[in-house]
Design a protein around this ligand. Structure first.
Ligand SMILES: Cc1cc2nc3c(=O)[nH]c(=O)nc-3n(C[C@H](O)[C@H](O)[C@H](O)COP(=O)(O)OP(=O)(O)OC[C@H]3O[C@@H](n4cnc5c(N)ncnc54)[C@H](O)[C@@H]3O)c2cc1C
Ligand code: FES
Length: 256
């Protein structure tokens, strides 16, 4: 689906992190993403942080396109292409959802979709209090939400992987969902293997078509846009490039 739509609401979700709610609806599965066209700037992949009556995304400013998106105001126009990707599998009995920074964007619709307090626990992490997002939404959907910051300004001091590891040792989970910077995903995968808990990780790579055609997002033969962005722990364990390198605009491998 390709729609032109306007920004309905702009919310400052955190420091340098902005949520945009659009006029257009979007029927999608938690964990899917859209290609967002910012007129005159670029088209970039963004996870859907809001699904249903009004599509929504949550943007962290890292460069030109994300800055332009963050600066949009109600009434401004964008194009949305999608939804793309596979999304999370949410059939496990006891789920631990782990989000690092803006990685909470695809995690929170999954937590809400499970919606059964007692079936999903949440570990949220960020560098500091200002970058913690969707804590209230998580608390409305889960009875065990824990927060960690690198500098201790909110919640426990430490990494979200250390928190998730402690939660896996304390409680029994059948599945971990994880999304965050690749280094976080790498250590989360290691912790899941050590605790013998299966996991699904949402990965990011440079995307052009978003729909499985151009090959720019390929990681070890798998297209992140079409075969992912959510991969099982077993799939990720088999990826030689995971945690080590990605491809640049020209398709060349660059170290992470
Ligand atoms: C499936 C998918 C879902 C995504 N969902 C979200 C989301 O919900 N919210 C969100 O904010 N971003 C998300 N991203 C990442 C987002 O698409 C990129 O941050 C964006 O394309 C960068 O564009 P730019 O022009 O602002 O920065 P660029 O000019 O492309 O990059 C600027 C600098 O930031 C670095 N950079 C680029 N991408 C990232 C990144 N992902 N993380 C950290 N540094 C980066 C570059 O290496 C460069 O140094 C997602 C990516 C994928 C593949
Ligand atoms: S972005 Fe083109 S194949 Fe994935």
């Amino acid at each position: 689906m390709l729609v032109e739509t306007r920004v309905r609401e702009r919310i400052e979700s955190g420091k340098g992190i902005t949520t945009l709610i659009f006029e257009a609806p979007m029927a999608a599965r938690p964990g899917q993403f859209v290609m967002v066209w910012i007129p005159g700037v670029d088209e970039i992949p963004m996870s859907l942080s809001h699904i249903g009556g009004h599509a929504g995304i949550t943007v962290k400013e890292v460069g030109e396109a994300t800055l332009a998106l963050s600066n949009l105001r109600p009434g401004d126009m964008v194009g949305l292409r999608g939804p793309y990707g596979n999304g999370w599998k949410l059939d496990a009995k006891r789920i631990l959802a782990v989000g690092g920074g803006v990685g909470m964007a695809p995690i929170i619709p999954a937590v809400e979709a499970v919606g059964d307090r007692g079936r999903v626990d949440v570990a949220i992490g960020a560098r500091n209090a200002g970058e913690i997002i969707f804590e209230e939404r998580a608390r409305a959907a889960s009875s065990d939400v824990r927060v960690t910051t690198d500098d201790g300004s909110h919640g426990l001091k430490g990494t979200v992987v250390a928190l998730a590891d402690a939660m896996m040792k304390e409680k029994r989970y059948d599945m971990v969902l994880g999304c965050g910077p690749e280094v976080m995903n790498r250590f989360l995968l290691k912790a899941c293997v050590e605790n013998n808990v299966p996991c699904q990780l949402s990965l990011e790579r440079l995307m052009k078509c978003g729909s499985g055609l151009c090959g720019s997002c390929v990681i070890d033969g798998l297209r992140v846009c079409a075969d992912g962005p959510v991969f099982t722990g077993e799939q990720v364990l088999g990826m030689k490039e995971f945690g080590k390198c990605k491809r640049d605009d020209a398709g060349l491998r660059v170290k992470l």
